[in-house]
Design a binder for this molecule. Structure first.
Ligand SMILES: *Cc1c(COP(=O)(O)O)cnc(C)c1O
Length: 434
């Protein structure tokens, strides 16, 4: 991140997050944080800085900026250099994303998967071990198991919902494995709630276990917060070091862009920024601008979608053709409820509904929906429905599907911001066709 006061269009962060002693909320800060219209001809909204490179005021400034970019001078770049490294739209976006999670620093990427891959590559060396919760988003799991393994990085996974005692066992094994391979435990990588089961990971227990068994300076805890963040889940408050997003989902929120981000303390972000500078993978200025627009309505959208999901689930819960719900507002397991109560402030709007019967009945339900669209992805303004066993998780082997509870009648639904009575009417008529 460059020095705010020297970047076109940007203003020192401190100036926009307080009124006297009153600390502003993220939803307010999304309208102005990190941007000063007076530095851009009074343009109320940031212009899209569509440029590949930035002119230096003089040669000495160019040298200074490069010293920052290459790490020869601590504290990062003092000014903008080249658009593979950063640009004003992306920097404003990074500042605003950091606000939601209470993070010191944030980095944006061209997709959620780019964010995850560059983060892992930056943290790992040959011989290292990654410990991760399971299940993960399939591409994340594949990157660890298939791509990183080519470079001598091994992994150990544990089921989301593992207890403190189980976590101690896993981390102890990982430490031994790393020592045998001549490496370290490079990262504990979590995803909570897990897709598509909504199983929750106890981040506080993972932190306590990590602090006892491993060195907190060597082994950051990263967590994919795409499903409940940033509104209902702030993992950095519970001991995570790095928070990861597919901004494609709730943050973008309109199913019209693909992007990703990570956030956390500068010491964890700096090596990732250096690798991003080398590889590219930063999101483009237009996508960053669209995300700034989206973040202004993030709280409104997520709140409405959450309220809608609560109403829809209350309706589905007692329907005779429904065999159960995987909705975080209706958890049945006491230890999962305990994790939920300690970590989350809302149940979200993405859940599973088990249709009585099997694939044929689930297909009939899906094929008869009129408002909800049949598509994978989540977190958009419109309601989406899909069948993971036949779509996103088609390639998962049958035994693992069974272990994870991914059955042929599990329909995944992401509720949007439509009128809730209309959504209920749609589900009612589709269930009547089953
Ligand atoms: C969609 C998703 C990703 C991948 O993000 P892309 O933006 O599609 O690359 C990662 N994790 C979770 C939980 C997701 O839902």
């Amino acid at each position: 991140m460059t020095d705010d006061s020297k970047t076109p269009g940007r203003k020192p962060k401190a100036a926009t997050d307080m009124i006297g002693n009153h600390k502003l909320k993220p939803s307010t800060m999304m309208m102005g944080h990190g941007y000063d219209p007076m530095l851009s001809e009074g343009s109320l909204k940031p212009p899209i800085f569509q440029t590949s490179t930035f002119a230096f005021e003089n040669a000495a400034a160019g040298k200074r900026f490069f010293e920052g970019v290459t790490g020869q001078r601590p504290g990062g770049a003092e000014g903008l250099v080249y658009s593979r490294f950063n640009g004003p739209n992306q920097e404003i976006l990074e500042d605003r994303l950091g606000v939601w999670d209470g993070a010191e620093d944030a980095l944006v990427f061209s997709s959620g998967m780019t964010a995850i891959c560059v983060l892992m590559l930056a943290c790992c060396a040959a011989g290292d071990v990654i410990v991760h919760s399971g299940p993960l988003y399939a591409a994340s799991e594949g990157f660890v198991a298939k791509a990183l393994s080519k470079f001598g990085v091994t992994y150990i996974d544990f089921p989301a919902g593992a207890s403190r005692a189980e976590l101690d066992g896993i981390l102890g094994r990982a430490k031994t494995q790393a020592a045998e391979n001549g490496g370290k435990v490079a990262m504990i990588y979590l995803e909570s709630p897990a897709n598509p089961t909504n199983a929750l990971v106890d981040v506080e227990a993972v932190k306590a276990s990590r602090d006892e068994i491993l060195d907190a300076n060597d082994t950051p805890i990263a967590i994919d917060n795409t499903f409940l963040g940033p509104l209902w889940s702030r993992p950095l408050d519970h001991g995570a070091d790095i928070v990861v997003y597919s901004l494609t989902k709730y943050a973008g929120g309109h199913s019209d862009l693909v992007a990703g981000s990570i956030a956390g303390a500068k010491k964890w972000m700096d090596p990732v920024r250096a690798l991003r500078n080398t590889m590219g993978g930063i999101c483009d200025p237009n996508t960053a601008w669209m995300l700034l627009r989206s973040l202004e309505t993030l709280e409104l959208r997520m709140s409405r979608a959450g309220e809608n999901a609560e109403k829809v689930c209350a309706y589905l819960k007692t329907h005779p053709k429904v065999d159960g719900l995987g909705y975080l507002g209706m958890i049945e397991d006491a230890s999962q409820q305990d994790i939920y109560d300690r970590h989350y402030s809302g149940a979200g709007s993405t859940f599973s509904v088990f249709i009585k019967g099997g694939e044929a009945e689930a297909f009939r339900f899906l094929d008869n929906l009129k408002i909800a669209k049949l598509a994978v992805s989540l977190g958009g303004t419109e309601t989406l429905a899909s069948l993971p066993a036949a779509m996103t998780h088609l390639s998962v082997p049958p035994e693992r599907k069974e272990m994870l509870g991914i059955t042929d009648n599990l329909v995944r639904i992401s509720i949007g911001i439509e009128d809730p009575d209309d959504l209920i009417a749609d589900f009612e008529q589709a269930l009547a066709q089953v």
